[in-house]
Structure formats: structure tokens, C-alpha cells
Design a protein around this ligand. Sequence first.
Ligand code: NAD
Length: 426
Amino acid sequence: MKTIVKKQKMGMIDNVMHQFNQAADLMQLNSSIRKILSAPNSEITVNFPVKLDDGSVEVFKGYRVQHNNALGPYKGGLRYHESVDIDSARALAMWMTWKTSLAGLPYGGGKGGVQLDPKKYSNAELERITRRFTYALGDNIGPEHDIPAPDVNTTPQMMAWIADTYMSTKSTNERTKHAHVVTGKPVGAGGLEGRDRATGYGVVVALKAWANHHSISLSGKRFIIQGFGNVGFWASNFLTEEGAILIGVQDASGSIYNEQGIDPSQLLNFSKSNGGFITGFSESNQIPNDLFFSLNCEILVPAALGNQITLENVHEIQAQVIAEGANGPIDAEANDFLVGKGIDIIPDIYCNSGGVIASYFEWLQNRNGEIWSLEEVLSKLEIKMTTSFGKILKTAKAHNTDWRTAAYIEAISRVEQAYLQRGIFP
Ligand code: NAD
């Protein structure tokens, strides 16, 4: 566990900068714009005190990095994890700029979180941490300025606390206008039907587009998934609906395997009764973590943390396609190895963009006083993501490059256009 946290911290910013520079070289990005996009616009660090249940006070460190807002307000998740620090927030914020741009949304990119292990705190403590963090961020977030969302270990309930805290700091007749300060809220508190499943659904839309591109079917394909949280569960759920077979799962507690198939809903029920962990599920065998990536399968979905696939384990991968549910799960060297071997990689800035696309729908819904149905949400999401896949294929062909670099070129071009048309103030 410790090694994974260390690898995360060391590599993510190098990873995203390497990907950015590779695309910028190939597309011959305007040199002034390249300088602007290489650094975040602003970085906020807050230390804030919270009273714990035993009456003692702990000071927490929280971050919000705002990478770029040339296309619209900053948008991106808040993460509660021990690995959260300024470098990981910088990397994740930059990825958000590319993700929102590629999806054609009127947003920029931001990311943040609090450095903590949420499992060590009670629900009441997590509520006070979330509310005090929101208060400490103050007007650094706002519905037309910077709009957070859930990420690793943050939940719809926490988003509702953020909205409530933020709105409570506004004057009485302003309050209700600010619900769209955060997305990923529970449906009863202004959330969107389907936001919970949108990222996992998007991963499967991306895999359907991949299968279509190769004129094959997802039915009968075996898949393994790393991470069985929001993204991991929903991706497994929708992939099995397509007839694919879940044979292996890994989470923070360990890895499980069943050649005959694992039912995602049964596994979810088990994990809910098991502190959120999958190991011990009776319909599977536990296997050592270092055997997980070598499982024989056609599809691999990393849906946990960054930098999980490195030169240490990339040679073990058997899958034909890797659908990046997580942000930055493959480091730069491992990526080059996989591309050289001809393994398809559906890149994170496209593959897991279903979440931010649905967040945009939620933001619009709140802003316009509308209520969208689940069917409407999923069908609009599918259209948007299928269109983006077509653009990636076209750009990859035009530049004779891999899908990740093509996705970057598409995303960077849109931001470049905004700067070229507007100019640089003053
Ligand atoms: P989550 O907190 O719901 O789940 C995280 C999962 O990863 C858990 O099952 C956890 O046990 C597992 N995990 C943690 N450490 C691990 C380790 N060392 N090895 C193996 N598994 C480990 O988080 P989530 O919202 O599902 O996010 C997962 C990934 O998807 C993150 O990279 C996140 O940035 C990305 N993402 C999430 C969304 C979203 O809408 N939630 C959107 C886009 C991208």
C-alpha cells in the first residue's frame, strides 16, 4: 500500500507533462500558449482545524489547483486520500483541462482534495472536515468560477454538505442560486439522475465504440477491473450487461478471481457488508496482488489510482485493450511499451469523461431550473462520447499517432483556439 502511494506522488505530474509535451510537439503548438498551459493558473493550499469526536483538534491540509479556465469555469473533483498533495493536484487539474476540452464542454480544469485516510474518521468527523474545508476554500470555488465534484473517497453526501455550506455563507436571497457550486450531489439535493453511474457507463460506451471500430462484440469477452468503487462497480455492471464476463477484481484489500465469472451486484452487496472491501467474497478465490495483471483476459479496466501500470508489471498484461477508468493509471514508459506492442489504450481524458459530462448536465439542470430523466442523461452522454471517439480516430489517422496523443491534440487545439482568438490581456 505504501509503495503505491509513493509511486503516485512521484509520477503523475511527470506523466501528464510528458503526454502534453508529446502532443504539443506533434501539433506544433504555439510556443506562447505552450508556456501558459505548462503551469496552473492558481494553486490554493489551506490548513484548517476540525474538532474530532473525542474533543481534540486536528489540522488538515487541503488543496485546490486551478489549471486553466480559457474555455470556462474550472471543473474537477475533490479527493480524500493520503496521496493527495500539491503535485498530484497539479497533475489531475491539468488532466481535467484536457478532459473538459475534448468533451466540448464550456469548462476549464481544476482538482483538489484533502490529505487524509477517510477510513480513520467517523461520519460526523467527515462532515465537519468537508464543511470546514469548503469554508476555508471560500470564494476560490463558486458556481460560475470553480465547480468541484466527487472523486476518490468523496461521495454524493459530501457534495451535498459542500453545497449547503457554500450556500449558507451567502445572503438569504442569493442562497438558492448557488446549488450548482458543486456537482455529483444526491438527487434529492439537486443532483442529476444517473450522475452516480455516468463515469462507469461512459467507460462502457468507450469500449462499445472500440469494439465497433474492430467490428467485434463485447459479448463473451473476459475482463478484469482494478478498483471496485464508483467507477469500478458501474463499469463492471454495464460491461456484464453487454455480455462480457468479470473474472478478476482488485481493490485496496487484495485481489479475487473466478474464471466462471463474478456477479458485480453480488460483489457490491458483499463489499458493503465488509467495510467496502472485496476480499472474502465466497464466489471467488483470493489471489496474490502481483498475479492480478497477468490474468488471461481481453479487457483490462484500471479504475483505482494513478501510476498502477509501470515497467515493473506492464510485461504481464494479457489484455487486448485497456480502458482507463482511472486518471493516469499507466505511466509514460509503460504506455510506450504497450503502444509498441499494439495493445489498444482508450485514454483517460476520453474514457472516464462520462463523469464530467454528466456533471455538466447537472450544472445545466440546476442553472436552468430543469429536471432531466435518467434515459435522457444516458442517451445524451452516449452521443457525446461516441462523437468524441470518432474525432480521436480521425486525428490519430491525420497525425499518424496513438489514441492518447490524438486525444490530447484535439483537446489542446480547442484551448489554443480560445487564446489565439482572444489574445493575452492586457
Ligand atoms: P472510489 O473511491 O469510489 O473507489 C476507489 C477504488 O479503488 C476502491 O475500490 C479502492 O479500494 C480501490 N483502491 C484504492 N487503492 C487501491 C490500490 N492501492 N490498489 C487497488 N485498488 C485500490 O473512487 P472512484 O470515484 O471510483 O474513482 C476511481 C478512479 O476513477 C480515480 O482515478 C478517479 O480519479 C477516476 N475518476 C472518477 C470519476 C468519478 O466520477 N467518480 C470520474 C472520472 C475519473
